[in-house]
Design a protein. Structure first.
Length: 355
């Protein structure tokens, strides 16, 4: 296709995984934002890739840190990062900010949570998060919490009454309700309860690979039917062997488009733009990290010592251009590709943030 479309990563990372600080963080079960390296290479690679904006994970996900206090601290950390790199980064709180980032050649940074535990028992905290610029809140990580089930909990776990209160508050404050890691019944309950369209920002299709982190056609269809958004990730769960390839990403996108329609599907890679340089050394560290996650009970089914948490032939600064090439090869039109690479997320954000 001629020209580069707007590229929005519905869940990704800004980090140089090759920096010593980040390598230490990768070995940590509960890394903090301060441990990652948003260095010159991170920024140069992100810009070279064509990335327009990315939803990053900040705040409490799991572990022993005090969820609310840690989350507020992480917001402070990211505010300082964006301020320090104001020529390269722009904090996104509106769709207009995404368009400004594209116009200025900067990377838009969307603040998002992958666990709503920081809400505690006080839904009033959601107003604080909204005021601080958070725009995406995932209800649960892999474990169950007070709101409902994660992907590692029994699939029949329901959305709780407190979960419904939290969704109401998220709707009131125009924040995205993200159901990526939610268990199936919690996801279905949440879609029906929400007054505003919801998202599954990073997932795969269970019809192609039957793993709990992937979403059933029923979940995908219901989210889309209510005006929501589904992002396909670049993760091992896209292939039953755990060794996902670029072709698997394409197949899951194709299936999601078939189920949801072309106006509701995008990408949420769940990874950085900068590629790991030494894969052999990384594999040696990976086994220990996966074992730690399994021992702590926070891993997802399909995580193994030999499964890389990314798609090995769809990474680095050319990952988005390569995906576009493969979608073109599949016969997708320029207009459909433009929607998948970013416009669908922007249109969805308009429906939520500006509601």
């Amino acid at each position: 296709m001629t020209g580069t479309p707007m590229i929005i990563n519905a869940l990704g990372q800004l980090d140089n995984p090759n920096a010593p600080q980040s390598m230490e963080a990768a070995a940590d079960l509960n890394p903090t934002s301060e441990q990652f390296s948003i260095d010159a290479r991170t920024l140069a690679d992100a810009r070279a890739s064509g990335l327009t904006a990315v939803n990053i994970t900040l705040g409490y996900v799991m572990g022993d840190l005090p969820p609310y206090e840690h989350t507020l601290h992480e917001i402070d950390v990211w505010d300082a990062i964006v301020t320090r790199h104001t020529n390269d980064l722009l904090k996104v709180t509106t769709v207009a900010d995404i368009r400004t980032a594209r116009r200025d050649g900067r990377i838009g940074v969307v603040y998002g949570f992958q666990n709503a535990v920081a809400v505690g028992d006080d839904v009033g905290r959601i107003a604080t998060f909204a005021q601080r610029g958070v725009r995406v809140v995932q209800l649960a990580y892999n474990q169950a919490n007070r709101l409902g089930g994660g992907s590692a909990a029994p699939a029949t776990t329901r959305l709780s009454s407190f979960g419904r209160e939290v969704i109401d508050a998220l709707n009131d404050h125009h924040l995205m309700v993200d159901l990526s890691h939610s268990g199936e019944q919690t996801c279905l309950d949440a879609v029906v309860h929400s007054r505003v369209p919801v998202s599954i920002n990073h997932t795969g299709c269970r019809a192609l690979t039957d793993l709990p982190r992937n979403k059933s056609d029923e979940e995908l269809r219901l989210v889309a039917s209510r005006g929501g958004f589904v992002g396909i990730y670049f993760m091992p769960f896209l292939n039953p062997t755990g060794h996902a390839r670029a072709a698997d990403v394409v197949e899951h996108i194709v299936h999601a488009v078939d189920v949801c329609g072309e106006d509701h599907v995008g990408i949420g890679t769940d990874g950085p733009v900068t590629a790991i340089d030494d894969l052999d050394a990384y594999r040696a560290r990976l086994a220990e990290h996966v074992a730690q996650r399994q021992e702590a009970g926070v891993s997802a089914a399909g995580e193994r010592a030999d499964t890389l948490p990314f798609v090995v032939d769809l990474r680095g600064v050319d990952q988005f251009r390569e995906l576009i090439r493969l979608l073109e090869q599949r016969g997708y039109s320029a207009g459909r590709i433009e929607k998948i690479m970013g416009r669908n997320f922007v249109d969805y954000a308009e429906r939520v943030w500006a509601a």
